[in-house]
Design a binder for this molecule. Structure first.
Ligand code: AMP
Length: 574
C-alpha cells in the first residue's frame, strides 16, 4: 500500500493529514491524487460519501494552487450548503500548513455582499453551490478565467436537485484547457451527457464504500423517551436470552453507571473503559473473550483492543455524534461469516442521526418496538425449555442421587414438576414484568423535524433554531449536563481553548449537548479551535447551530480562512 509521500503529496499537507489521523491513503485517494497532481486527464469517480473522496480531490487541488497568484484556480461544485461548508472546512484542515491559501465557500442563503467582498480581496479555491455561483457570475463579481481544475462533487445529487442548466452555464465560463473531476454515487444518463460534453477521454474509477456495513449485519433501532433508555436496554437484553454482546456508551461515567445497574439487576455484565487500570481492563476483556461474561459495557476507545469474532449483538446506548464510530461499533458483529445485529436505543431527537448513518452505511435501519413483558417472558421460557431438552445429563454422577430425588417428588404429577421447575427460573422475570409499566413509544414528528438531530427546526426555543442575540452566532457543542458541565465550566472551557478573550452570550445546557452564543466574528475561530479535539473518548463537535429556515443566520466569515490556524488533535479536560 502506498503512502501519501509516495503519491507525491507535499510535506506540509502530509503533516496536516497525519494530524487528522490519516495514516494511509484510502483507495480513492491512491487512484485520484497522483493523477490529478500530474494533470493528466479528466476523471469520473464512482464513489460515495465515506470513501475519502474529499481528500482525494482536496489534497491535489490545494497542492496545485499557486498562492502568489490571487485568482480562483480551482472550482468545486456541490449540491448543498452543508456539503459546501464541509468541503471548505476539510480543505482548510488539509491546508493548515500551507501558507496564505484562500478558500471561499459560496452558497445560497448567506450574505452575497460578504462573499463579493471576499472575492474582491482574492481567493484561490471556490467551493460553491451552483445557484449562488450563477448569481455571482451574473453580477460579474467572479472571474473563472484562471480555473485549471473543476470538481463536480455529488454530481448525481446536483442533477436531482435541478442544477443541470446551472452546471452547463458555469462550465461554459471555464477555460477549455482545464481538468475536470466528477464524483457521483450513481451514473445516470444525464451524468453521461455531461461527461460526453465536457470531458475528454475520461478515466473511470469505481470505488467501493469503505463504510458499508457488513452484509450480514442487521441494523435495528428502538425509539424511547430518554428516561426509558435503561428499561428498554433491559428488555432488549431479556428478549435475546443468548445474547453475547457489547453495549456502547458515550462516556466512561455512563459506561460504569450502566454496567453497575445491570450487575445490580442480576445481569452478567461488566464495564470496560479508560478509568480502569490496565490489569482490570485485561481481566474484563479476558472474561468476555472466553464467554464467562455475557454483556460488555464499553466506551469506543476501550473496546478497540478487543477482537472477538462471535459477538451476536452490538447495542448502541444512544448513537455517537461521530457517525463513523457507528460503523466501527457495528463492525464488531457479523464477523467470520456469522450474522449479527446492531441495535440503537435512541430518543426522539436522535432520529436524525439514524437517517445520517443510513446514508453512511448505505443500509436501512429496521424500526422495532420495545418488546412487551409477556413476549419477553415467552421468549425466555422457550429458551429455557430448549435448554432443558438439550442439556447433557451426567448419568454417572447423578445416578446415586436420583432415587432419593424421585422419592421426594413422587407425590407430584409430571406437569407439576415441570411447572415448578419453570417457575423457579421465571418467577423473578414474571414478577418484574407484571409490575413493570410498559414503555410508551414516543410519537415521531414529521420528517422535517427528524432530519439532523440538532439542525431541524423545533418549536422549543432551547434548541438550534432559537434566534441568537443580535451580533451573536449560536453554536452547538456535544457536551451537556450529563458530562457534568455548567455555564461557568463551559465558559472556562471555551476561554481555555480559544486564543484571546471570547465573550460568551446566552448558554442553553441540555442533557447531552448544549448551545452557546459568541460574537458573530468569533464564531469561525471558536469552531476551529475545537476541531480535532477529544474529551475522554469522544470527538468534540462544535458547529454553527443551523436552521434551514433562517439562512440569514449563516454567518458571513465562517470559513473564509482568514482566522488563525487551528489547534489539532489533542486531549483536553474541562
Ligand atoms: P469523505 O468520503 O470525504 O466524506 O471521507 C470520509 C471520512 O474518512 C472522513 O471522516 C475523513 O476524515 C476520513 N478520511 C479520509 N481520508 C482518510 C484516510 N486516508 N485515513 C483515514 N481517514 C480518512
Amino acid at each position: 500500500m502506498s503512502t501519501f509521500q509516495e503519491l507525491g503529496v507535499i510535506p506540509e499537507i502530509q503533516r496536516a493529514v497525519t494530524e487528522l489521523g490519516f495514516e494511509q491513503p484510502m483507495p480513492v485517494q491512491s487512484e485520484v491524487i497522483p493523477r490529478l497532481l500530474a494533470h493528466t486527464r479528466d476523471i469520473i469517480a464512482l464513489a460515495q460519501t465515506g470513501t475519502g473522496k474529499t481528500a482525494a480531490f482536496g489534497i491535489p487541488v490545494i497542492q496545485k494552487i499557486n498562492v502568489k497568484q490571487l485568482t480562483p484556480q480551482t472550482l468545486i461544485l456541490c449540491p448543498t450548503r452543508e456539503l459546501c461548508l464541509q468541503i471548505a472546512g476539510d480543505l482548510t484542515d488539509f491546508s493548515a500548513y500551507v501558507e496564505d491559501i484562500k478558500i471561499l465557500p459560496v452558497y445560497g442563503g448567506s450574505s452575497i455582499e460578504s462573499q463579493i467582498r471576499t472575492l474582491k480581496r482574492g481567493v484561490h479555491i471556490i467551493v460553491a453551490t451552483p445557484g449562488r455561483l450563477i448569481d455571482l457570475i451574473k453580477r460579474k463579481t467572479v472571474s473563472l478565467g484562471d480555473v485549471h481544475t473543476v470538481v463536480l462533487d455529488e454530481a448525481d445529487e446536483m442533477l436531482n436537485m435541478g442544477f443541470s442548466e446551472d452546471i452547463d452555464e458555469i462550465l461554459s465560463h471555464l477555460p477549455e484547457e482545464r481538468s475536470m473531476l466528477l464524483f457521483s454515487a450513481t451514473m445516470p444518463r444525464e451524468i453521461e451527457k455531461i461527461t460526453r460534453k465536457y470531458m475528454l477521454d475520461p478515466l473511470e474509477i469505481t470505488i467501493g464504500r469503505k463504510n458499508e456495513g457488513a452484509e450480514n449485519v442487521r441494523h435495528l433501532y428502538f425509539m424511547v423517551h430518554a428516561k426509558d433508555k435503561y428499561s428498554a436496554l433491559k428488555r432488549i437484553v431479556d428478549y435475546y436470552p443468548n445474547i453475547y454482546g457489547i453495549i456502547f456508551c458515550r462516556t466512561r461515567k455512563e459506561t460504569q453507571e450502566i454496567a453497575d445497574k445491570l450487575m445490580q439487576d442480576g445481569y452478567d455484565a461488566d464495564a470496560l473503559h479508560g478509568d480502569l487500570s490496565q490489569a482490570q481492563r485485561d481481566y474484563v476483556m479476558g472474561k468476555f473473550r472466553n464467554h464467562s461474561l455475557q454483556l460488555l459495557v464499553a466506551t469506543d476507545v476501550a473496546a478497540r483492543g478487543l477482537d472477538v469474532d462471535d459477538v451476536t449483538h452490538i447495542i448502541n446506548f444512544g448513537l455517537p455524534d461521530d457517525y463513523e464510530l457507528y460503523t466501527h461499533r457495528s463492525g464488531r458483529t457479523g464477523r467470520a461469516g456469522k450474522t449479527g445485529t446492531s441495535i440503537a436505543i435512541i430518543h426522539t431527537k436522535e432520529k436524525g442521526k439514524v437517517v445520517q448513518i443510513e446514508k453512511l452505511i448505505n443500509k436501512q435501519f429496521e424500526k422495532r418496538e420495545v418488546p412487551k413483558g409477556d413476549v419477553i417472558c415467552e421468549k425466555q421460557l422457550f429458551n429455557f425449555v430448549d435448554k432443558i431438552e438439550k442439556v447433557k445429563v451426567n448419568e454417572a454422577e447423578i445416578e446415586r442421587l436420583l432415587p432419593s430425588i424421585f422419592r421426594k417428588l413422587e407425590w407430584l404429577e409430571k406437569e407439576d414438576v415441570i411447572k415448578r421447575m419453570v417457575s423457579l427460573e421465571f418467577n423473578r422475570l414474571i414478577d418484574y414484568y407484571q409490575q413493570a409499566e410498559e414503555i410508551d413509544e414516543p410519537k415521531e414528528g414529521p420528517l422535517r423535524q427528524q432530519k439532523g438531530a440538532y439542525n431541524g427546526k423545533r418549536s422549543s426555543d432551547r434548541d438550534g433554531s432559537r434566534q441568537p442575540e443580535k451580533g451573536y452566532a449560536r453554536l452547538f457543542i456535544n457536551l451537556g449536563k450529563m458530562d457534568g458541565i455548567n455555564p461557568a465550566t463551559l465558559m472556562g472551557f471555551i476561554n481555555d481553548n480559544v486564543k484571546g478573550k471570547v465573550p460568551v452570550g446566552r448558554i442553553d445546557l441540555l442533557k447531552s449537548f448544549s448551545f452557546f452564543e459568541v460574537p458573530e466574528e468569533l464564531a469561525g475561530k471558536v469552531v476551529n479551535a475545537f476541531r480535532g479535539m477529544y474529551i475522554e473518548d469522544r470527538k468534540l463537535i462544535v458547529r454553527l447551530a443551523q436552521d434551514a429556515d433562517s439562512p440569514v443566520r449563516e454567518k458571513k466569515k465562517f470559513f473564509e480562512n482568514d482566522y488563525g490556524k487551528k489547534s489539532k488533535k489533542k486531549k483536553v479536560r474541562y
